[in-house]
Design a protein around this ligand. Sequence first.
Ligand SMILES: Cc1cc2nc3c(=O)[nH]c(=O)nc-3n(C[C@H](O)[C@H](O)[C@H](O)COP(=O)(O)OP(=O)(O)OC[C@H]3O[C@@H](n4cnc5c(N)ncnc54)[C@H](O)[C@@H]3O)c2cc1C
Length: 398
Amino acid sequence: MRVAVIGLGAIGAQVLWQLSRVNEVEVDGFDKEYPGHPSAGVGGESRLFWNLEMAEPAYVPLIERAAVAWRELEASSGQSLRDPTGVLIYGGEQDVQMQCALNSAKALEVPVDPLEASALRRRFPHFAFDDHAFGLWDRDGAVIRPERTVEVTVELARRNGAIVHEFNPVTALDVTGSMLSVLSLSGKQKFDRVVMCCGGWTSKLVPHIQDEVVTRRLTSLWFNARQDDFIDLPPFLRTAPQYCYGIPSHDRRSIKLGLGFNDHYATGDADTLPRQLEGAELEAELNKFEWIREGMLPWLSRRPYRVETYVESYTRSMLEYIRPHIENPNVIIVTGFSGHGFRVSPAIGEIVCQLVVDGKTSLDIGFMERANPVFSILDPKHGTTTHNSVMASGPSRA
Ligand SMILES: Cc1cc2nc3c(=O)[nH]c(=O)nc-3n(C[C@H](O)[C@H](O)[C@H](O)COP(=O)(O)OP(=O)(O)OC[C@H]3O[C@@H](n4cnc5c(N)ncnc54)[C@H](O)[C@@H]3O)c2cc1C
C-alpha cells in the first residue's frame, strides 16, 4: 500500500513514523518547508506535556496512551525529547475545568498534588494567587522540545525507508479516481491512501472542513525578569478566570507566555495573515498580555524581548478532527488540534496508522465527532467565530 502523509508537523511526523514501521506500507511524507521548521505550529522551543484533562472525560484514555507512546518514542530514538519539570495547572476552586482535571487525575492514577491557595503561595511564591485559587501539581508533567521531536521522529521514519519530500508544498489533491493523485514539486504521484496533516493549512486542500475547523494565529512573548536573573517558576497552565500559560526557558532565565483561543488572531487563510507584528498591531497584541504582567507575575520586565507568531487549527468542540474525506474515505483528515495537539501527538500517530492500515482504531475516538461545540463559526472565509464559551475572556486579575 502506498501512502502519502501531507504535512510533517507535530502530527504528520508521528503518522509518518508509525506508517514507516508497517511492512506492507510504502510511505512518502511532504512538507512545504522542512520537518521541525518554526513557521507553522511547532516553533518556540517548548510545549507543555500535562497528564490531566480539563473538559472531556472521554479524552482521558488518549492521554494515558500518549504518556506511554512518548516513552516509546524516546526509547526508539534514544533521545530525551521532554524535560521532566512537572506542570502546575491552576484556576479557581469552583472552576469546572479544575474539577474535571481532578477527576481525570484520579482516573489516570497519575501523581498529582492538590494545592489550596495557601499551599500554592508557599510552594510557588512567584505567583500572585488570589484566595480562591486551586492548583494541581502534575508531577509527571514535562516540557516538550517540539522542533527536536519532529526532526527526530522524521529521521526515525527515514531510517525505516520513508521518503521525505522537503520544501515541497502539495498544491492539489485529486480524490476522484480509485488512486489518489497528489500534485507537488515532485510532479503528480499516485497513492492508495492520503493522510492530510497540514495544521492551519488543511482547509486549503480540503475546503469542506471550513464549517468545522478554523485557523488562528497565536502569539508567544518571551519576558525576562525585571531584577532577578533566574526565574523560579514552574511551567503552568491557568484555566480561569482567564486562560493563559507560561513556560520558563530551558536555562530558566526567561519565560514564554501565551493566551487562549479568544485572544488569538482570526483568519481564513494561513498564508496571508500578518506574521511579523509591528506598530499599532504589536501594541494591541502586547496589551492583551498586560493583565498577566500587572496582576499575576508582577516581576516581569515591562516589555518582552522576543515576539513570535505561530499557526494552529481549532475545531468547534476543541477536540481533534480525525475523519475521512467526505468524497473519498481513503483520504484521512487529521487536524484541529486546538492548542493541545503536541502532548498527544505520538498516540495520534498510532491511531491514524491503525485507521490507514486496519480501517479502525483500538482507542475509541468517536467522542471527538459527537462532542458539543463551544463556539460557532460565523464566517468560514475569514475564520471569524463567536467567543469560546469555556475559555473566559476580557481583562481579569489573578
Ligand atoms: C504557540 C503555540 C503553543 C502551543 N502549546 C501547546 C502545548 O503547550 N502543548 C500541546 O500539547 N500543544 C500545544 N500547541 C498545539 C500544538 O503545537 C499543535 O496542536 C500541533 O503543532 C498541531 O500539529 P499539526 O501537525 O496539526 O500542525 P503543524 O504542527 O502546524 O504542522 C503542519 C505542517 O503542515 C505543513 N504544510 C502545510 N501545508 C502544506 C502543504 N500544502 N504541503 C506540504 N506541507 C504543508 C506545514 O509546513 C507544517 O509543517 C501549541 C500551539 C501553538 C501554536
